[in-house]
Design a protein around this ligand. Structure first.
Ligand code: AMP
Length: 139
């Protein structure tokens, strides 16, 4: 897509540090790593949302996500990794081209997720939400 920064990276119109690629998928270094080694994995074709992607393409992206994560463990001697995807502005998506963040984690990397677990009012509230999701799944 014309104004998409990641499409421009795919096309080689703006520079990137590529990790690996095939005909459908590209992995490259995030320019603003939250931990050094932070890698992005994208479909080369432009999709804004994960929900729009063909399943076969998603499988191919997931395969590279898994391999890059394993390579961060093997090659960077990471102690673990996080996979993150922001879908939609409300979720913090800044670049509207599907991208998985693959973030190597080290015991002493200093990064902390601001993950504040909340509670349901009661079990019925949780069940009602599950039912709405199930309804949308058509089951
Ligand atoms: P998100 O907030 O999930 O949309 O993440 C967008 C990510 O893209 C951020 O982590 C940015 O650092 C990264 N990013 C934006 N522009 C570039 C670029 N030209 N090269 C590499 N990474 C980029």
């Amino acid at each position: 897509m014309k104004d998409c920064v990641f499409c421009k990276i795919v096309a080689g119109e703006i520079p990137s540090t590529r990790v690996c690629e095939d005909d459908a998928v590209l992995a490259f270094m995030d320019i603003g790593p939250i931990v050094r080694g932070h890698t992005l994995v994208i479909p080369k074709a432009h999709y804004e949302s994960l929900t729009e992607m063909p399943q076969e393409l998603l499988r191919r992206v997931a395969d590279i996500v898994q391999r890059v994560a394993a390579a961060q463990i093997g090659g960077l001697k990471a102690d673990g990794f996080n996979i993150h995807l922001a879908d939609g502005a409300a979720a913090g998506q800044e670049v509207p081209h599907v991208h998985f963040h693959v973030i190597p984690r080290f015991e002493d990397d200093g990064h902390r997720w601001n993950w504040a677990a909340k509670r349901y009012e009661n079990p019925a509230e949780m069940k009602a939400l599950a039912d709405r999701i199930r309804g949308a799944l058509g089951i």
